[in-house]
Design a protein around this ligand. Structure first.
Ligand SMILES: NC(=O)c1ccc[n+]([C@@H]2O[C@H](COP(=O)([O-])OP(=O)(O)OC[C@H]3O[C@@H](n4cnc5c(N)ncnc54)[C@H](OP(=O)(O)O)[C@@H]3O)[C@@H](O)[C@H]2O)c1
Length: 333
């Protein structure tokens, strides 16, 4: 099968496009004919070696996939050949990745694609949708009527946070870097969209959040968190969700934090159990059926351009180039 893989970590140029043996599904695995995959920042950290984890060699890159069930191992109970499926959380913990014509995926990490959802949409919303759901609900305990703040409202995670928080009846403040992206944030469901370059950004967050006593849930998507200002803007009993920036070591205002009964919660989506991730996937599928889930796709490329896709993702997430609105999706076959 055709695959995008690496034999050593390094810059995007280490990604090879070539032929690898088809994977053999184990008893609990589903053999998926992959139709679309999407790129996540973690794919680039693993490929570059910035996140150092044991990898099979060759290592097929990628976490997300969408495609068709070709074959099921004898112990598979949830799927049957011919079904359309999406999934995430691959390429980690010794598992092979998804950027290939075929992937053998444990049934625990797969979900049906609802009618009307394209393979591209399913792949685009996979890891980021599960991440946003875990952060808002499992970790953040979001309630209807609360105020949510998210940075980067047209980014992979940010655009998912807006849509899921909106469906939960929250008031949403999102930031973005251009006028076009701000209007996209509003289209996705943000009640208040603010340019993160604005000198009076915090005053405007405060103005909007004041009626609810401040921000109840701050979903930080940036690798350089800002605890001083975030703690100041949070409401009493607010939750500060952090999930990016492994190297971040900011100063932390302990006093202002505890006197407001705040909580800070960190998480990584790949730690969530199969049941927890399946609950998120079910909610996402249900929201799609109601018209409330529209994964943002910024670029569609063929699998052969996996290295280019990594360059583009890196230029945006790490280089902050701002040239992307939404996810990079690769079509496989
Ligand atoms: N812990 C986990 O489980 C988990 C899961 C997924 C992702 N992550 C991490 O979360 C981060 C975001 O992932 P992603 O996929 O959403 O990345 P992404 O699609 O590249 O989005 C990054 C966003 O950051 C925004 N941004 C850039 N500079 C900003 C600034 N100064 N202030 C506010 N926003 C700014 C960008 O907005 P503009 O385009 O408008 O400039 C863009 O929307 C990454 O570091 C990733 O590794 C963690």
């Amino acid at each position: 099968m055709k695959a995008a893989y690496i034999e050593r970590t390094g810059p995007p140029e280490v990604i090879r496009i070539g032929t690898l043996p088809d994977p053999q599904p184990g008893p609990h695995d589903v053999l998926v004919g992959v139709r679309a995959v999407s790129v996540n920042p973690i794919d680039t950290y693993i490929r570059s070696g910035a996140v150092s984890i044991p990898l099979p060699n060759p290592y097929i890159i990628g976490c997300d996939l969408a495609g068709d069930v070709i074959e099921c191992g004898p112990q598979v109970t949830r799927f049957r050949p011919g079904q359309r499926v999406w999934g995430s959380n691959q390429g980690l913990f010794g598992r092979q990745g998804t950027f290939a014509e075929r992937a053998a995926v444990h049934e625990d990490w797969l979900y049906p694609i609802p009618d009307g959802m394209t393979y591209e949409q399913a792949a685009a919303g996979a890891l980021v949708g599960i991440t946003a759901h875990l952060g808002l609900f499992l970790h953040g305990g979001l309630q209807a009527g609360e105020t949510v703040f998210v940075n980067g409202g047209t980014g992979g995670v940010g655009s998912s946070v807006i849509q899921l928080a909106r469906a939960a009846g929250a008031r949403i403040i999102a930031t973005a870097g251009t006028e076009e992206k701000l209007s996209k944030c509003r289209e996705l469901g943000a009640d208040c969209a603010l340019d993160y370059h604005a000198a009076d950004l915090d005053d405007r967050i405060r103005d909007f959040a004041e009626p609810t006593g401040g921000v109840h849930l701050w979903f930080e998507t940036q690798r350089e968190p800002t605890p001083d200002r975030t703690v100041a803007l949070l409401a009493k009993r607010g939750r500060y969700i952090v999930m990016a920036g492994r190297g971040a070591r900011p100063e932390f205002p302990i006093g202002p934090f505890y006197v407001k009964d705040l909580r800070m919660i960190g998480f990584a989506m790949f730690n969530a159990t199969p049941d927890e991730q399946r609950q998120c996937a079910r909610a996402i599928n249900e929201l799609f059926a109601k018209g409330g889930w529209k994964p943002l796709i910024g670029r569609v490329l063929p699998l052969e351009q996996a290295a280019e896709a990594h360059r583009l993702q890196e230029a945006n997430t790490l280089g902050k180039q701002g040239t992307l609105i939404g996810k990079i999706v690769l079509t496989v076959q």
